[in-house]
Design a protein around this ligand. Structure first.
Ligand SMILES: NC(=O)c1ccc[n+]([C@@H]2O[C@H](COP(=O)([O-])OP(=O)(O)OC[C@H]3O[C@@H](n4cnc5c(N)ncnc54)[C@H](OP(=O)(O)O)[C@@H]3O)[C@@H](O)[C@H]2O)c1
Length: 259
């Protein structure tokens, strides 16, 4: 049995807590500025509602407040953590906030796992980039991955790559949503009912991704396999190339990175 404390049960904090709740070995401590949110989450997934200090008693403490709120939370958190006698690991999900910055705000160097989750965590299909600070032992890392396995796919990277990676996995859901919506619009223009067109488009994106990840084939190969000579698909590919799809998608990732 391990305890996971969540400070901030907003969109991402609650999605991660919900994934954690699927593992019966996890005991959840839920804290939020407005207690109602934590209470509502408890009704849904179980656990115990507490305050920030209470959540800071957990083995893994998830910081789920917005980056601009960190300065408000860290003094109290620092005090609570300094008085700990049992080991703990801080899990920071704050975008564009380095492990060094978290430690600077706390005023001391505790073990930190920096994660960058994305919204599909809510359905157990997230991508979670993560990097470990010094002081995070291989056992702690294994324990963390085991505790959170229901959230999705965990990819360990060097911390310096997290921001660029987040421009694909963090921003990507919005880019993919646009693509799905556009494909469905095309279907509606061809006479399909909207709901059917959306389901077809979304399931096609999901299935194509799975096919690529499970076969390990390059997307160009998979595309070639669908395009028969003189067929219909290659005509669609031609239209996408003419519309600059590749360039637009690359620019989207780069624009997000520059921001
Ligand atoms: N959403 C995403 O797709 C995503 C992706 C990757 C990383 N992240 C990261 O996840 C973190 C949370 O983002 P979010 O989108 O989940 O934001 P959010 O929905 O606004 O959640 C933040 C939560 O923190 C609570 N909070 C604020 N100050 C607090 C305090 N002093 N003590 C306890 N709780 C406090 C807020 O409570 P109130 O309801 O009372 O305001 C709110 O429920 C951010 O660092 C963000 O960078 C988010």
């Amino acid at each position: 049995m391990r305890t996971l404390g969540f400070i901030g049960t907003g969109n991402m904090g609650s999605a991660l807590a919900e994934a954690a709740a699927k593992n019966p070995d996890n005991r959840l401590l839920l804290a939020n500025r407005g207690k109602q949110k934590a209470e509502a989450l408890k009704e849904k997934i179980g656990g115990t509602v507490t305050d920030n200090r209470g959540a800071a008693e957990a083995d893994f403490i998830f910081l789920g407040v917005k980056p601009q709120m960190l300065q408000e939370v860290t003094p109290e958190l620092s005090e609570a953590l300094r008085s700990r006698i049992t080991p703990f690991t801080l899990i920071s999900m704050a975008a564009v906030t380095s492990i060094a910055k978290i430690r600077e705000l706390l005023g001391f160097s505790c073990p930190v796992i920096r994660i960058m989750p994305n919204t599909p965590v809510a359905v157990g299909e997230g991508v979670i980039l993560y990097a470990c600070s010094d002081g995070v032992t291989p056992e702690t890392e294994r324990e963390f991955l085991c505790a959170m396995s229901a959230a999705g796919r965990f990819l360990k990277v060097e911390e310096r790559l997290i921001d660029a990676g987040a421009c694909i996995s963090g921003c990507g859901p919005a880019f993919v949503d646009l693509f799905i919506e556009a494909m469905a619009d095309g279907g509606v223009a061809c006479g399909l009912p909207r709901a059917l067109a959306l389901e077809l488009a979304a399931a096609t994106v999901s299935g194509s991704s799975k096919l690529m990840l499970e076969t390990g084939k390059h997307p160009a190969q998979l595309k070639d396999e669908v395009c028969s000579p003189g067929g219909t698909t290659i005509q669609g590919v031609r239209a996408l190339e003419k519309g600059g799809l590749r360039s637009a998608v690359m620019e989207a990732v780069i624009a997000a990175f520059h921001k």
